[in-house]
Design a protein around this ligand. Structure first.
Ligand code: PEP
Length: 258
C-alpha cells in the first residue's frame, strides 16, 4: 500500500494575521511550479486568529495545493467554556485538519489522553482529520519506557474509533527531546518507533487501517534531514515546527519529501 506523504507546518504561537497570510502566499509561490499530483499533502497550522486570513489566502489562490489545520480545538460544540474554540468553529474558519495532543499542550495546558480521545472523535465526526501527536520525554527514553509510553498514548487516543476513522487519522511521533532543540532523532530509530506505532494500530484497528494511516515524524526536521527520514519504510512525512516559519525552508522540506 502506498501512502500519500504529509508535510505539516505547525506555526505555534507566531504571526499576526497579515504575516500569516503573507507566509501562506509565500509557501504557495514556492510550490507554484510543482504539479499538484506530485506534491505531498501540504498542511499549514496558523494560530486561531489567523485561520480566516490564511483560509482566504489559500482560497483566493485557488491552486488547492495547501490545506489548513488548527493547532487545537475543543470537543464540546458550544457553551460556557471561556477561551476555548470548538471543532465546528475551526471547521467554519476553513480548517480541514486539527493537531491534537501536541506535547506543548499536554505539558503547559494539561491536555490528557482522555481529552485527546474526545477531540479525535469530534474532529472525525465533523469530517476533519486529526493529527494526533505522541512522544516520550528524555527521561522516559533513558528509562527504557519509550515504546510502552507511546503505545499507551496511541491506544487511549484511538479508543472507540472505527477502523475507517483510524485509517483516515494521522499520527505524529514527536520525541519531546527533539522538539525545538535541533537534536533530530536518528532516522532508523524514528522509523523503528513509527513501525511499532503501526503495530499498535494493527492490534486495535486491523491490518488495513494500519496500512492506511499516515504516521509522521516531528522534532527538528530541517531541509537537510527530510530526505533520509522519508527514505525509511514507515515514515510518511513530517510535522515541522521552527522550519515551517519561513517559506523557503518549509518548501525545501516539501520538495525533499517528494
Ligand atoms: C513541533 O512543534 O511539532 C516541532 C516538531 O517543532 P520543531 O520542528 O521546531 O522541532
Amino acid at each position: 500500500m502506498s501512502r500519500r506523504p504529509v508535510i505539516a507546518g505547525n506555526w505555534k504561537m507566531h504571526k499576526l494575521q497579515s504575516e500569516s497570510a503573507e507566509l501562506a502566499n509565500a509557501v504557495m509561490k514556492e510550490l507554484k511550479e510543482i504539479d499538484k499530483a506530485l506534491l505531498p499533502e501540504v498542511v499549514i497550522a496558523p494560530v486561531f486568529t489567523s485561520l480566516y486570513a490564511v483560509n482566504k489566502a489559500l482560497t483566493d489562490c485557488g491552486c488547492g495545493k495547501v490545506k489548513m489545520a488548527a493547532q487545537n480545538a475543543y470537543f464540546e460544540t458550544q457553551g460556557a467554556f471561556t477561551g476555548e474554540v470548538s471543532v465546528e468553529m475551526v471547521k467554519d474558519a476553513g480548517a480541514e485538519y486539527v493537531i491534537i495532543g501536541h506535547s506543548e499542550r499536554r505539558q503547559y495546558f494539561g491536555e490528557t489522553d482522555e481529552m485527546i480521545n474526545k477531540k479525535a472523535k469530534k474532529i472525525l465526526e465533523l469530517g476533519l482529520v486529526p493529527i494526533i501527536c505522541c512522544g516520550e520525554t528524555l527521561e522516559q527514553r533513558e528509562a527504557g519506557v519509550t515504546d510502552s509510553h507511546i503505545a499507551s498514548q496511541i491506544k487511549a487516543a484511538l479508543s472507540g474509533l472505527s477502523e475507517a476513522e483510524v485509517a483516515k487519522s494521522i499520527i505524529a511521533y514527536e520525541p519531546i527531546w527533539a522538539i525545538g532543540t535541533g537534536k533530530t532523532c536518528d532516522a532508523d530509530e524514528a522509523n523503528r518507533v513509527i513501525a511499532m506505532i503501526r503495530g499498535v494500530v494493527k492490534e486495535i484497528a486491523g491490518a488495513s487501517a494500519a496500512d492506511s494511516i499516515r504516521i509522521l515524524y516531528g522534532g527538528s526536521v530541517k531541509p537537510n534531514t527530510i530526505v533520509e527520514q522519508m527514505s525509511k519504510s514507515d515514515i510518511d512525512g513530517a510535522l515541522v515546527g521552527g522550519a515551517s516559519l519561513t517559506a523557503d525552508s518549509f518548501a525545501a522540506i516539501v520538495k525533499g519529501a517528494m
